[in-house]
Design a protein around this ligand. Sequence first.
Ligand code: HEC
Ligand code: HEC
Ligand code: HEC
Ligand code: HEC
Length: 423
Amino acid sequence: MKLWIPFAISAGSLLTIASFVGAGWDAPPVESTQIGFRGTGMYIHRDVEKQEALKVANVVPPAPWQADPAGDKARDLYENVQVLGDLSDDQFNQFMASITEWISPEAGCNYCHNPENLASDEVYQKVVARRMIQMTQAINVDWSAHVGQAGATCYTCHRGQAIPANYWYEDLAPKPAGGMTQNRAGQNVVAKFGGNSSLPQNVLKDYLLDAKQIRVHSTTALPTGTNLTGTKQTEATWSLMMHMSESLGVNCTTCHNSRAFNAWDESPPQRVTAWHGIRMTRDINANYMVGLTPVFPEHRKGPEGDTFKVGCASCHAGVQKPLYGVSMLQDYVDALGKKGPTEVPDFTTYQPGTTQRMAAAGAASPTAVSPAATANDPATASPPSETPAASPPAETPAATPPTDAPAAEPPAAAPPAATPPAN
Ligand code: HEC
Ligand code: HEC
Ligand code: HEC
Ligand code: HEC
């Protein structure tokens, strides 16, 4: 007698029942918001249970105290203040207290400083932090078309952690055993930066670091030979769109009318904001993150040796407006809402533990251990960003000019998350 058969059947049935009753496979309560005309399918769906957790995770911490803008300037009081020199003493101290809470609440000041010599740049985290101050200033000044009045602070990304929870790096693993002879074009593995789909896995490099074209639609019913994009580009675009949707906790209709994904005049205004966001993220990665590669130790890099880079989730962390659009910047306008000196030191000469003072490339520095002055132009490490903040989508192919993009731009900064497109 094959006794195991009835046992296997009953175990199987029990498992099936259990999976429906106990395993949390039930459809979650979903909240739907209509964002367009009735009958056009323009809805945003949100998992109600997740919303509670997101609300708790997105509370803005208050400033430790209101800083007094009057008094001596930091540049006159301290030895090695290269970016924040314009702050008053009180503002400078408030900012140091705040970044400690934002970046290293447990390790404290010493996460970035040698307590014996606060002016020294020997701790690599301080060198990174100074560049991140310049980066955050650029986000707020150059990219107001994206971050609006809310702006960004270190907390937008860091949230009390030295390494933000959401970043990406070049994702090529697992490599096929046959090397170059077997090319799966980055597909059929879990694309962890592409919404855990099996779409191409390494597309953020093309779109959020390099400026590869994100246009795949044909505008004619029959091929005319003008649109050369094929399945490969379409899948790569889709993978990026999965990253963007996941990062904001939204679905495609937040930015597109699915009747015509390409049509700017039918898209909600959020798409224009997102268009600027893509350019801003490229600027952050190409001009700030990549340049810091020599400063970061190996364990702060991805398996291919590149620095961790910023994606939409770095700031958005699963919500449509980071921190629900509440501005933290207002308490730090002088530190992060305007640009200080923008010189970039030559990071390739940096030696952690030894370099006492980073100097802007080209500037002679009395205490630099390694010669920072080289023939290098500061700009060589950082290709100029592709477009100024407010320019219309200029690289649009002639076939699909998003003519309404600039027009739709001003309201994009203002309306609350659920505002329907003007209709
Ligand atoms: C996340 C890194 C970080 C943390 C944490 C941090 N600092 Fe700083 N600190 C910096 C950077 C970067 C500068 C240089 C700013 C510039 O060049 O404009 C600086 C400069 C200073 C200076 C000026 C020193 C000089 O003579 O040039 C003082 C004083 C200072 N910090 C005090 C503190 C104190 C006190 C704390 C803890 C409450 C603290 N810092 C926490 C990054 C940090
Ligand atoms: C747009 C997102 C973003 C913003 C805004 C941002 N950072 Fe960062 N920061 C990152 C990412 C991503 C890393 C990790 C890079 C890596 O490890 O390769 C990082 C790393 C760091 C590190 C190095 C930590 C370590 O232990 O290696 C310091 C220090 C730091 N940031 C300070 C700051 C400060 C200070 C500010 C505000 C002036 C700031 N950051 C704003 C994204 C951001
Ligand atoms: C946060 C806003 C946003 C979300 C969410 C979003 N998209 Fe996009 N999408 C854009 C923007 C902006 C562009 C144009 C990018 C550019 O030109 O640089 C675009 C471009 C596209 C294109 C190319 C259109 C063309 O002209 O060829 C397709 C296709 C597309 N998206 C599909 C999707 C799909 C499918 C989803 C859901 C999985 C989605 N998008 C979610 C903002 C979004
Ligand atoms: C440096 C942080 C940062 C990064 C990185 C970032 N965003 Fe944003 N984003 C913001 C802020 C801040 C706002 C809110 C602006 C406001 O309140 O006016 C915003 C708003 C938006 C909005 C408008 C939401 C609405 O309902 O009005 C969209 C869409 C958006 N971002 C998409 C993206 C996409 C797509 C990416 C990645 C390509 C991205 N963002 C990367 C900070 C960021």
